[in-house]
Design a protein around this ligand. Sequence first.
Ligand code: HEC
Length: 110
Amino acid sequence: MRLRVFAATSLALLSLLPSIDAQAQASVDDGRKLFVDGVAPLPACALCHTLKKAGASGQIGPDLDDLRPDADRVEKAMRNGIGPMPSFKTLSEAQIKMLASYVAGAAGAP
Ligand code: HEC
């Protein structure tokens, strides 16, 4: 009896796996969309930065494929602004986290 419950639970958990994958993919897509489209009224990251995986080729800021910033560094730049880059404080906490992890992943941060 116990074993059967265990088996049923394992099966139920296994069937959840594909949706977890789909969720991870959704957040990559959302991060990419934020990077490329931005959130009005702020200019989009893609306007100023090159990031190949996002199809972005902006030339004003550093090339993120070369810089390969980790998520903390991206987050800091967005929160505080840096040099000519405005701060992105009007983004929600979730949007900042999503962008930071998207950029770090897409740029292949070490
Ligand atoms: C108006 C142009 C512009 C926009 C829009 C912009 N940036 Fe930047 N960004 C810059 C410039 C210029 C620098 C270099 C600043 C410096 O080093 O003085 C920079 C630097 C950076 C850095 C490096 C920070 C460091 O520690 O050296 C990261 C990471 C970054 N930007 C990410 C982003 C992300 C993510 C977005 C979108 C939310 C974004 N940027 C939007 C112009 C921009």
